[in-house]
Design a protein around this ligand. Structure first.
Ligand SMILES: [Zn+2]
Length: 220
């Protein structure tokens, strides 16, 4: 059964993250246009400050609420103090991923016109903020849950919701422990066992949801 409390928390934080990320992406786009796409005016320092001000505190609060919900869900007290280092690293990694992705995308484009088109795509209908908020709703919530459970030397199990995709279905019910903390080890492939879905390689591995963009799986 889906974890109702954690799902409710994740859905609430999704909207806070969406608002904050929209503000960052819009500000970033304005700054890029104003500096005529001088990328070093925006990355990494400007973007990092914006993320630290607007998004990082939300991720931090999201993690706290998930740990509290995990204690209620499992009827065991999961102490949040020892998780502080993990939480900080998770958030720093989020910032790096965000900046690396945006800077990398723009750097790869040959002309300022192409860069202008790309940032229009990001801001149009909040597309980029929606994508990142959805990803964090699943990623941040399951990463901290897994870390809390592992801190008590317990296993976590993968669950799909509804129909799901062939790759996630292949992970459904799989259980992992801290001593081998991967649903998919780095470099391994997920074999769906289905003819129209060839093995999907995961270079960075998968220790918690999401397995892919728009994945709505959960761990328990
Ligand atoms: Zn999934």
């Amino acid at each position: 059964m889906p974890p109702k409390m954690r799902d409710d928390i994740a859905n609430t934080y999704f909207y806070s993250l969406l608002r904050a990320l929209s503000a960052v992406v819009d500000g970033e786009a304005a700054k890029l246009r104003a500096t005529d796409f001088q990328l070093n005016e925006v990355y990494p320092a400007w973007a990092l400050t914006a993320l630290r001000q607007r998004v990082n505190p939300i991720l931090w609060a999201f993690q706290s609420d998930i740990v509290e919900a995990t204690s209620l869900e499992k009827a065991v007290n999961f102490d949040i103090e020892p998780l502080a280092g993990f939480r900080q690293k998770y958030i720093a990694d989020f910032d790096s991923r965000y900046i690396g992705s945006h800077q990398g995308q723009l750097k790869a484009l040959a002309t300022k016109l192409a860069m202008a088109e790309r940032i229009n795509e990001w801001t149009e209908n909040n597309k980029e903020a929606l994508k990142k908020a959805y990803d964090e709703k699943v990623r941040c919530g399951s990463a901290i849950f897994r870390q809390a459970i592992f801190s008590h030397n317990r296993p976590v199990t993968w669950h799909t919701r509804g129909k799901s995709c062939p790759y996630c279905r292949a992970l459904n019910g799989r259980k992992i422990w801290r001593r081998d903390p991967w649903f998919v080890r780095p470099g391994d492939a997920v074999d769906s066992g289905e003819k129209d879905a060839p093995p999907m390689r995961s270079y960075s591995g998968c220790g918690h949801c999401p397995l892919h963009q728009k994945c709505d799986c959960f761990i328990s």
